[in-house]
Write a protein that binds this ligand. Structure first.
Ligand code: HEM
Length: 406
């Protein structure tokens, strides 16, 4: 419970001190989320959206309660429509369009397809770490966390990696369109500009692909569009851009936040170094403890009871994944970072019909990147305790300088 000596300023804030669109919240959302879960676990915000913070409620909302991602009139809550923007991305669609799109995309991201990429990822990580050794200095983001997922998603999609520097800024800026009118107007404007640039970029790429189809994901999408009935031209554009962003931004956050969490918990890092077999559990704990995505949204299809509150039908609900991941009713000692944690069924990839399609890929990349990094440089230490966040909507670091101590 709230301690009487603690500042009570949050009581006057309509968001109860936990506004996910406030940049200050991103730095460390966990104390505010813990308080929200304690004082008002099923909370109605000033903009009419509900928020769930308890693990069991979030799981029920994602997996059991009749829900969708669009309102009954087909709109998306708070959305500012932008051509080529996220409105036709698979995460923003309900059946039957969602089922059709998801089926098209599942093939590329299933475990067997991802496993085939492991050797490539291993070589890539080794090469990146060779370069770090030569330089004698390391920024975990620029030298590892960004190049691994961006190279992999570019290769999977058939997007030239040489263009990466051009679209790195665009992909980060475009994530803010997911918040739509709930974010600040300037940030939204930057997001719209980024989407226009990405659209122009993909128009050229798609035209080229129509002439030379290959065995990459973009060619698969073009084939589905040319097949006529499976993908419309605007769905092709939205999902090409959406996949690039999804494959890029979030995994940078997982690797960056994960390495930072390990460096801030030297006892846990020592356990992982002593037993590299702990890497799978360590990555799951990085996802639970500091996942890059704080929330996902659903819309109720009928009146639904959570504890002593009823959320009426056709209301948007923020499922606060980060709050659920630290719920003491589900995870013992939830604020402890523990690479040996058992039964780590965190919700960082969401759940139900929209469960992250890239989860296998993200896990595989993070295991190789984090596992190899901690073995190669046994004397790493954080250059600064202060987190330097990047420009995306998600909890993704912009820089993570680390000393190598010889
Ligand atoms: C650590 C990295 C990642 C995290 C934390 C993450 C997290 C998420 C979350 C929270 C959702 C929403 C789930 C829901 O609403 O239930 C999602 C959906 C999605 N993610 Fe990821 N993601 C990651 C990496 C990736 C990668 C590498 C890709 C592949 C390119 C990807 C592709 C997608 C797609 C396509 C969806 C929409 C699925 C649908 O609506 O059916 N993600 N992800």
């Amino acid at each position: 419970m709230e301690n009487s000596a603690t500042s009570e300023a949050w009581r006057d804030d309509p968001w109860l001190g936990a506004n996910p669109f406030d940049p200050a919240f991103r730095d460390d959302p966990y104390p505010a989320l813990a308080r929200l879960r304690t004082v008002d676990p099923v909370n109605e915000t000033p903009i009419g959206i509900f928020r769930l913070t308890r693990y069991d409620d979030v799981v029920r909302m994602l997996k059991e309660v009749p829900s969708g991602v669009r309102m009954a009139d087909g709109t998306i809550f708070g959305e500012v429509p932008v051509e080529g923007g996220p409105s036709e991305f698979v995460l923003r669609l309900d059946p039957p369009a969602h089922t059709r799109l998801r089926k098209l995309l599942t093939h590329a991201f299933r475990p067997r397809s991802v496993e085939r990429l492991r050797a490539r990822v291993e070589t890539l990580v080794d090469e990146l770490l060779d370069r770090v050794e030569e330089k004698g200095e390391l920024d975990v983001i620029a030298d590892l966390a960004l190049p691994v997922p961006s190279t992999v998603i570019c290769e999977m999609m058939g997007v030239p990696i040489a263009d990466r520097d051009r679209f790195t800024q665009w992909t980060a800026a475009a994530t803010h369109l997911l918040a739509g009118a709930l974010g600040s107007p300037e940030v939204l404007e930057r997001g719209q500009h980024a989407i226009r640039s990405l659209r122009e970029y993909f128009e050229v790429l798609i035209a080229d692909r129509r002439r030379h189809l290959g065995d990459d994901v973009l060619s698969d999408l073009v084939r589905a569009e040319e097949g006529g009935d499976r993908l419309s031209p605007s769905e092709l554009m939205s999902n090409s851009i959406g996949l690039l962003i999804a494959g890029f931004e979030t995994t940078i956050g997982l690797i960056g936040n994960g390495v930072r969490a390990l460096l801030r918990h030297p006892d846990q890092l020592a356990l992982l170094r002593a037993d590299p077999g702990l890497i799978d559990g360590a990555v799951e704990e990085c996802l639970r403890y500091e996942g890059p995505i704080v929330l996902t949204i659903r819309v109720t299809r009928e009146d639904t009871r959570f504890g002593d509150r009823t959320i009426p039908a056709d209301r948007p609900v923020m499922c606060l994944l980060a709050a659920a991941n630290r719920d003491p009713a589900h995870f013992p000692d939830p604020d402890r970072f523990d690479v040996r944690r058992a039964d780590n069924d965190h919700l960082s990839f969401g759940g139900g019909a929209h469960f992250c399609l890239g989860a296998h890929l993200a896990r595989m990349e993070a295991r190789e990147a984090i596992g190899k990094l901690v073995r190669r440089f046994p004397r790493m230490e954080l250059a600064s305790e202060r987190a330097e966040w990047g420009t995306s909507l998600f909890r993704v670091l912009g820089r993570l300088p680390v000393g190598l101590r010889g």
